[in-house]
Design a protein around this ligand. Structure first.
Ligand SMILES: C[S@@+](CC[C@H](N)C(=O)[O-])C[C@H]1O[C@@H](n2cnc3c(N)ncnc32)[C@H](O)[C@@H]1O
Length: 349
């Protein structure tokens, strides 16, 4: 029977460790109206607020309490799972408590629900953690225990028209023996100057006192031969990876023109702004560094918004991967008449 896959099939997807839905957004952009999310799961209540406002559903759930058979059937599993710093390699020998690692909840859901494909995302360091034993264990489970065809690579967001260096590992799996190629990106970087806001509120500008502290730290650490901290990114440069905590914001300072400083002689000296126009990037600028559209809203405090964005994903990278995954699925199922199950589902949709 002839059929047009594009007309017939709506892929059902689930979004685990959903955060603010960066992975979902990339898939929605790639699949357009050919994807429907049937389940999402996120434990952090502030992430849930942002997710609800932007996607219309509250993903609040702890994956440890989710009962797999209660999840509606789906085709695509998405998960940017938290990187836990301990080894999982010994789990087969019973050395580690495997339930402690959230990856195993993903494994159990894949095992029971057997989706057509999945995308997992994590920090690039996952690849080398514990002399690569952690990653080898994950790969072995996905490939040999669950029987999926696995592809993985490290991609840098700055090759996907984002002015942010952000290398992450992406793992794609297909239930069938499907050929897949990761997108390569391109070498036409967008620069910081392209995404900065105009007329930024003075609250983002560093006080002179704080800037002096940063400078003193740098001098002291340099003398000891350590690299330290704050960095002002030029307009023609690309930002460092945005991270939450530590020196996250100070590693991505920018120079701007301060329009108005409310400070007057006699005011609290701590509140005097620096005279070089050095400021933190705004939450909206961080959202742009991750490729979120300006229509994406954050109904949370500044602190939470920065954290949510630092934990999220570069949306255009996800979109580019999703486009490749969709093409791989469609090529495969259009050419493999013997795998009837998917076609039947398409025709019934
Ligand atoms: C690396 S972030 C994923 C961010 C997401 N990809 C995004 O675009 O925003 C991992 C998320 O897993 C969530 N998480 C951690 N433990 C969880 C659990 N037991 N159940 C559900 N979500 C959990 C965290 O709150 C965090 O938002």
């Amino acid at each position: 029977m002839d059929f047009d896959i594009n007309l017939m099939y709506i892929y059902k997807a689930i979004d685990l460790f959903a955060g603010i839905g960066g992975i979902r957004l990339g898939f929605e952009q790639a699949f357009r109206d050919q994807i429907k999310f049937v389940f999402s799961c996120e434990i952090d209540e502030f992430c849930c607020l942002t997710y609800k406002l932007n996607f219309g559903e509250n993903p609040k759930a702890d994956i440890k309490e989710v009962i797999t058979k209660d999840i509606p059937d789906f085709d695509i599993l998405l998960a940017g799972f938290p990187c836990q710093a301990f080894s999982i390699a010994g789990y087969r020998e019973g050395f580690n408590d495997e339930r402690g690692n959230l990856f195993f909840y993903i494994r159990d859901i894949i095992r029971e629900k057997k989706p057509l494909c999945f995308l997992l995302e994590n920090v690039k360091h996952l690849k080398n953690h514990d002399k690569s034993r952690t990653f080898n264990t994950i790969e072995d489970i996905l490939r040999n225990e669950l029987g999926y065809t696995i592809y993985y690579t490290i991609l840098d967001a700055s090759l996907f028209r984002l002015p942010q260096k952000r290398k992450r590992i992406y793992i794609v799996g297909f239930r069938e023996d499907i050929k897949f190629k990761f997108p390569e990106g391109e070498n036409r970087n967008v620069r910081i100057g392209n995404i900065l806001e105009k007329d930024v509120n003075t609250k983002y500008f560093l006080s002179q006192q704080y800037l002096n502290t940063l400078k003193n730290h740098r001098t002291r650490h340099k003398a000891k031969g350590h690299g330290f901290g704050y960095q002002v990114i030029g307009r023609k440069e690309v930002a460092n990876t945005i991270v939450c905590g530590g020196m996250g914001k100070e590693r991505n300072l920018v120079k701007d023109t301060i329009k108005y400083d409310a400070w007057r002689p006699g005011d609290d000296p701590l509140k005097k702004k620096n005279n070089e126009g050095i400021r933190k990037m705004t939450e909206r600028e961080w959202a742009r560094l991750q490729g979120f559209p300006d229509s994406f809203i954050f109904p949370v405090s500044m602190t939470q918004a920065y954290k949510q964005l630092a934990n999220s994903v570069p949306v255009p990278v996800i979109k580019a991967i999703a486009i490749e995954m969709k093409q791989s699925l469609e090529r495969f199922y259009a050419n493999n008449a013997h795998i009837a199950e998917f076609k039947k589902a398409m025709i019934q949709e």
